[in-house]
Design a protein around this ligand. Structure first.
Ligand SMILES: *[C@@H]1O[C@H](CO)[C@@H](O)[C@H](O)[C@H]1NC(C)=O
Ligand SMILES: *[C@@H]1O[C@H](CO)[C@@H](O)[C@H](O)[C@H]1NC(C)=O
Length: 314
């Protein structure tokens, strides 16, 4: 049953949202991941071939860094905090339905800086475990995987601490360089909208919750994007302009819409000089209407190879 209660509505923004402004992020080492929070599995059946084991390990290490609080050093220091050997400096990729990530910094921000911080959302949700449930690598340079990212409430000292929340699924094809680091990826999050709605227990289609989102994006933008990064004359100007744009859906977050900005505003905390324009009036080349099918089929441009070659074994 829907309750038009502002606290509830605000939850909708929880996961992919703004707000960290006044949040004090603990140092990573101060937060060892308590094992009792959640399953923190590896696959029970490691692959046989040497290259398959190597590729599995790379992918597993990447997803392990999305688990709270492992992402904190990257949230704070960016690419410099990403361990060697996971991503090539030349990495490019695409995540459906979020966007393309055309260099190293964009890629690592997608994987790690968007992983929810419990301090920054009302549900106190975080990814607290992961399991690679499907994996195949039949040659050295290519692998395919499915991961379940388990979430739960991280709220030490409170009754709901450790309460499981719905998991998020990601399907991906990967291409590795000769050292086993990811060079290219093509990934899908098949149920992002359902995950956001079920985790926050709100309906993103509700007009009131939409209005709250816009206000939150605008408030955060005004605080995080200052000086040369400023996008709007005032919160009011931002609200008025964004209210005229499509809201979008978390199942199609790539566009000149609100949902896209709600994701990119998180990244303004990491590199405001780069990301502020993405949440501003024009979408800065990121939150722009790249029409279907160009958004998801421009493989040659994105991967620099004829379509159909990148994720095939040679
Ligand atoms: C995940 O990362 C944590 C913290 O760095 C580490 O202790 C743990 O061994 C890693 N787990 C796997 C499966 O790699
Ligand atoms: C990435 O997406 C943007 C729109 O968000 C588009 O303009 C650009 O051409 C794409 N780049 C590649 C390499 O596909």
């Amino acid at each position: 049953m829907f309750r038009s209660n502002l606290t509830f509505l605000a939850l909708a923004w929880a996961l992919l949202q703004a707000h960290l402004i006044s949040i004090k992020i603990p140092q990573a080492h101060a937060w060892p991941t308590p094992t009792k929070w959640l399953p923190h599995f590896k696959s029970h059946r490691p692959p046989r071939e040497h290259y398959a084991r190597r590729n599995f390990k790379t992918i597993s290490s990447i997803y392990n860094l999305t688990v709270y609080p492992n992402q904190l050093p990257i949230f704070q220091a960016g690419g410099a905090a990403v361990p060697e050997g996971l991503f090539s400096r030349e990495v490019v990729g695409r995540v459906d339905p979020v966007g393309n990530f055309t260099d190293f910094d964009e890629s690592i921000e997608y994987f790690f800086a968007l992983s929810p911080l419990p301090q920054a959302n009302p549900v106190k949700a975080a990814i607290t475990g992961y399991q690679i449930t499907e994996f195949s690598s039949q040659c050295r340079d290519v692998a395919a995987s499915v991961v379940y990212l388990y979430s739960s409430v991280v709220n030490p000292g409170c009754a709901d601490h450790g309460k499981p929340l719905p998991p998020l699924k990601q399907v991906a094809f990967w291409r590795f360089d000769k050292h086993g680091a990811v060079l290219k990826y093509d990934a899908w999050i098949p149920n992002l909208n359902s995950w956001v709605e079920s985790t926050t227990r709100t309906n993103a289609a509700d007009p009131q919750s939409r209005a709250v989102t816009i206000e939150q994006i605008c408030g955060a933008t005004q605080m995080l994007c200052r000086g040369p990064n400023a996008q709007w004359g005032s919160v009011e100007e931002c609200v008025t302009t964004l209210s005229l744009k499509n809201f979008g859906s978390y199942d199609e977050a790539w566009g000149d819409n609100i949902v896209c900005r709600s994701i990119h505003v998180v990244l303004t905390q990491v590199r405001p000089d780069v990301h502020c324009s993405h949440v501003g009036p024009t979408g800065g080349g990121k939150c722009v209407n790249e029409a279907y099918p160009a958004n998801y089929f421009s493989d040659e441009k994105l991967y620099g190879q004829p379509t159909g070659e990148t994720f095939m074994c040679d």
